[in-house]
Design a protein around this ligand. Sequence first.
Ligand SMILES: Cc1ncc(COP(=O)(O)O)c(C=O)c1O
Length: 367
Amino acid sequence: MQVPFLNPSAQVVALREELIRAVTSVLDDGRFILGPNVSALEAEVASVAGARFGVGVNSGSDALTLALRALDVGPGDEVITTPFTYIAPAESVVQVGARLVFADIDPRTFTLDAADVARRVTGRTKAIIPVHLFGQAAPLGPLLELASRHGLRIVEDCAQAIGASWNGRLLGGIGDIGCISFYPTKNLGAAGDGGMCVTSDEGLARKLKMLRVHGIERRYHHDLHGYNSRLDEMQAAILRVKLPRLAGWTARRAEIAARYSEGMSGLPVELPVLAEGNTSCWHVYAIQLDGRDGLKAHLEANGVPTLIYYPLPLHLQKCFEGAGWKEGDYPVAERVARRVLPLPMYPELTDAQVDHVVGAVRSFFRA
Ligand SMILES: Cc1ncc(COP(=O)(O)O)c(C=O)c1O
């Protein structure tokens, strides 16, 4: 049996007629930029992210950059985030001209270690970007407390966490601004790039709306230096077909996660754990073990190709050469990067496929 690692076209097959109707109606309507589907989606996504306002932008990466700009983060400021994630949050700090500061992570949840964040706060720290990695919240309790003590802003990176919650609150609307990605393999994926900022602050929503269109509120009157970062109407129409299914897909992901964890119990691997108060949207199901590469090769030979998120922590990336970071600076992130092994995770996986993956993992340890 073959189990693809990801399979974004499975949703297209299932929703084909509805998607074609949605795209056709945009083509017929002719409002391709910031039309009615974008406005409707903004309200709909804001509500599943526990926020009052949504501002559609052209990617999760831009959502982060615009969020920092909206919060006036710039040269002279420091922003703390994690070195164990996709590069976008770190890159957004560089793009606004602020100083990037990493804090190490918790070895069990893969998210920021709040005590290490606290150690790295200085008089220049302006914001923290907690990344809700693999579908569960970073430690928001201590981070919010730190933020209120030092007057810091919180930009939640929810690219992997739409629909997840912390202490009964949906992620996204808890910090100042939440940033969502609609990259095709995300839990709510478009047929191309897309993203959204969510916030409950009306002033910030207004500023984000200006930033995404060259700083204008009135056409050809530019009050801010902005960007061209709009969410396509076509993508919004596609996302609106998918959004009503999101809760069901998340529930199926949770079932798959439970089946994996039950099937692999007793094996010498670390299974994913949720921090107290967290529900996960199970964007990624990742196990950890020493000698990860041997199991990865064994799975591949048994029809289960995998992809490592993330093999090289951000502080060791070439683009940050010259910033002064070296191996050993973030030991937990470095160890996790050597040991982490994500398994296939998407709602269309069948039980038989999940059982095949479990069987392949078990057979590695029997050999
Ligand atoms: C944690 C995280 N932040 C930000 C992004 C950036 O999103 P996008 O690819 O839509 O720019 C991604 C994913 O791609 C991500 O995984």
